[in-house]
Design a protein around this ligand. Structure first.
Ligand SMILES: [Zn+2]
Length: 230
């Protein structure tokens, strides 16, 4: 299989059993582990456990900033933590407070790629990311987030979950086909995972998917962002 493939884990708070299970699957295939951490929810003890786990990981491990509090400031169905409906100053202080927490908790493991909750970020948020020198932003490719050359994008092409009416993983064979087709067409694919809704069956499905992608390039999200800045 040709092309580059990235896997992102969202809603990381601690080294939970489900995160550990998915981490082991990724390691088995030498896939980099990207921890999209919610800053306010990661305690010092949780960070210690995650750092210790990273030290003995056979995969490369890095931390991304997944919002600040991961709360919805929207009043309708379009959920957001960072969108233009919200005051720019408030967004700025939240973004920078979250960044400071992750720098303090994770040091060099934190790569300064921003992952907005619900894959949504407005221009005001992008301005803060650019001014503060964030390495990039990662959103699903169908996101309304504007393109901004100052903040390179690490797109996610594939969400394996059908969210409504209740969240279920679509059949993994189909997800593999989708990703393989994207790799063939574009030379790149990104898979966003929510490990806390992944049971043993989903973990096994992911394992099979990664078997099917054997030989694909496995850059980190930071490497993708840096390549897109050049
Ligand atoms: Zn999230």
């Amino acid at each position: 299989m040709k092309g580059d493939f990235v896997v992102r884990l969202d809603d990381v708070r601690d080294l939970s059993p489900r995160l550990e299970a998915i981490w082991q699957v990724l390691e088995r295939h030498a896939v980099p582990v990207h921890l999209g951490a919610i800053p306010i929810d990661v305690t010092e003890a949780a960070a210690l456990a995650l750092r210790a786990r990273a030290e003995r990981s056979r995969s490369r491990v890095s931390v991304q900033q997944h919002g600040y509090r991961h709360v919805n400031h929207g009043l309708d169905k379009r959920r957001y933590e960072f969108a233009d409906e919200r005051d720019a100053g408030e967004q700025r202080s939240d973004l920078l407070a979250g960044r400071a927490i992750l720098e303090q908790r994770f040091g060099a493991m934190f790569d300064t790629v921003f992952v907005p909750p619900w894959d949504r970020c407005g221009q005001k948020g992008l301005d803060v990311l650019a001014e503060a020198g964030f390495a990039g932003i990662s959103v699903i490719e169908t996101s309304s987030t504007p393109q901004d050359a100052r903040v390179p994008r690490v797109p996610m092409t594939t969400d394996p979950v059908q969210w409504k009416p209740v969240a279920v993983h679509r059949p993994w064979a189909g997800t593999l086909q989708e990703i393989a087709a994207r790799l063939e067409r574009d030379g790149y694919a990104g898979l966003e995972l929510h490990h806390e809704i992944m049971d043993a069956e989903a973990a096994a499905g992911l394992d099979l998917l990664l078997v099917g992608l054997k030989g694909v390039g496995l850059p980190t999200m930071l490497e993708v962002a840096q390549a897109r800045r050049a």
